[in-house]
Design a protein around this ligand. Structure first.
Ligand SMILES: Nc1ncnc2c1ncn2[C@@H]1O[C@H](COP(=O)(O)OP(=O)(O)O)[C@@H](O)[C@H]1O
Ligand SMILES: [Mg+2]
Length: 261
């Protein structure tokens, strides 16, 4: 589905990604992990065409996407969430999801039918569909709340729901469990699996090792821009280079040790 081929991204003198290659197969949940500054978000920004790579290519379902503007990549079926949550705070929960659907409605067949029938029926279709997305994410009771009033955990669910509402083929989740408590993190991993089972391929950047090891079929490890390992959760846990990279990093090593050993 996705082929990252020898991607390098430089910001002035900083090499954020250094000849990174990997693939994501249809139906997989793939994890992209590594210490802070490893280049994970930069990779996401290139897959969603917010940045263009300095060199290398990105192919999605057979199409080169690395030189396309972001507005042309999203309709191909790539959606994402952001490390710093990006929702419309002054809109209600359901309005945020309806924004996510908007692009889809305008481009598919039912969207064209709706346009012919008039905007009121289109609105109703979009509203009903948005409600079904909210039910999928357990947010239906909050549908008329302003996004600004939500807790962090609900905001992350809302951003996830909005990304899912674009009906992507590939969903990029950037630290979707950051700041969540243990119970919320468990629920999030179940939701990610449920979304995958509905037919969406998923690439996750995540610091919570329990979550990554539980849900991913394949894990890619970046360190200072370079891919240092790739494999199954078990292979990654036993990989010397990975253990060294994490222990050398300025992060809470006790948490990592628990997951790695
Ligand atoms: N827009 C940018 N301009 C300059 N440097 C950047 C930019 N985005 C990321 N970087 C740098 O690239 C490196 C990788 O960052 P990032 O991809 O955010 O890492 P991660 O998500 O793995 O923590 C860091 O050194 C960061 O400071
Ligand atoms: Mg990041």
């Amino acid at each position: 589905m996705l082929k990252i081929d020898s991607i390098t991204k430089k910001f002035g003198g900083i090499v954020a990604n250094n000849e990174v290659s990997f693939t994501v197969e249809d139906g997989q949940i793939v994890g992209l992990i590594g210490p802070n500054g490893a280049g994970k978000s930069t990779m996401f920004n290139m897959i969603s065409s917010i940045y263009q790579p300095t060199t290398g290519s990105i192919t999605f379902l057979g199409n080169r996407i690395d030189k396309l503007p972001a507005y042309q990549v999203a309709p191909l079926g790539i959606s994402r969430t952001f490390q710093n949550i990006q929702v419309f705070k002054s809109m209600t929960v359901i309005e945020n999801v309806m924004v996510g659907q908007h692009m889809q409605t305008k481009t598919n067949f039912s969207g064209m039918v709706s346009l012919l029938l008039g905007s009121r029926s289109e609105e109703k279709l979009v509203y009903d569909k948005a409600m079904s997305y909210l039910e999928f994410f357990g947010l239906e009771n909050l549908f008329d709340q302003k996004a600004a009033s939500l807790s962090l955990g609900k905001l992350r669910l809302l951003e996830f729901a909005r990304a899912f509402a674009t009906q992507p083929k590939l969903l990029l989740l950037d630290e979707i469990a950051a700041g969540l408590n243990h119970k919320e993190t468990l629920e999030m991993s179940e939701l990610i699996t449920k979304v995958r089972d509905s037919g969406v391929t998923i690439l996750v950047v995540e610091h919570d090792m329990d979550l990554v090891m539980r849900i991913c079929e394949k894990i890619i490890v970046l360190d200072q821009g370079t891919k240092i390992a790739e494999g199954t959760p078990k292979e990654i846990q036993e990989n010397e280079a990975v253990i060294t990279a994490y222990l050398g990093a300025d992060i809470d090593s006790s948490e990592i040790m628990e997951a790695v050993i």
